[in-house]
Design a protein around this ligand. Sequence first.
Ligand code: SF4
Length: 324
Amino acid sequence: MRRAKHNPKLFQAFLDPLVERYHRPSYLDSDPLGIAHEWKNPRDQEVVAIFSALLAYGNAKLIRRTLRELFDRFQGTTDTPENLIERYGKDPEGTRIFLESSWRGIFYRFNSSQDFILLFELIARSTLKYGSVGEHFLQSYDPGTPGSLVSSWANFMEEWKRDATCLKRPGLKGFSYFLTSPADGSACKRWVMLLRWMGRRDEIDLGLWMEGSPLIRQVRPLESSDLFMPLDTHTGRITQYIGALNRKQFNWKSVIEVTEFFKNLRCDDPILYDFAISRLGILELCQKRYRVEICQACSLLPVCQFAKRHSPKNSDSPRSHSTP
Ligand code: SF4
């Protein structure tokens, strides 16, 4: 697909109505992030958000159901994620046995309850050693310095891999699926999305690793301008449709390409558009084919190369700019 020449302001004119329509808390119930919003304490939110992001592969309803199975039982009890981390610091084995009994039989696709317990242990160990997972993740991050977030992420991931090897119990084949970084060359959608949740702050994103968060005290806070665009099947194809992504595969090079596109639109907050664009896919509002009743009402139509190619008329007739 050949990238269309674009004027950033023109794209903003078509993307901003999408944000206006879908970047709203009422759509959090279609997203794993909504589960983290149900917890009010930032320390609980950090734990639940990490689980929510790392389980975010596959069907959003099933992901949310699994997260509820994992965490709803602790709501309104003293066994909050924060308290369980403290308990783990005093009694790792006892806490692990408690979680085995609490989470027995819960699984999601490649991941079993044993994977969830090991993930909790890594979160707890980071928190007990550094103060929060964010403090651990951002150890060598220098805001605005190209590459520093990725290298800090790679260091963090190597340490988690080493820690997981020390703690690993037999039979946890699915666990490695949680541990990805750009060093693998993959799009790392789940961690990139977690960074968006932690590095933006509004009614949607939590901003837990940003300036002013109680979780970030010793390291430089994460800045929105340094985030990357999460690429999955939804955001990948729609950004291809509008010419923001030229590559066919969704890998780390594609993440860089599409992030650069959005930086040209908003250099201080390039990932603002992610939640709204992904609603088009998650809610099946954009259906991988030209549907006249949907596409003619989509604010992206004037810049959608896919719709132009697949429109039966392939016409230049005036189009509505309201969102589907
Ligand atoms: S115009 Fe149609 S195909 Fe293009 S993004 Fe909108 S809904 Fe999807």
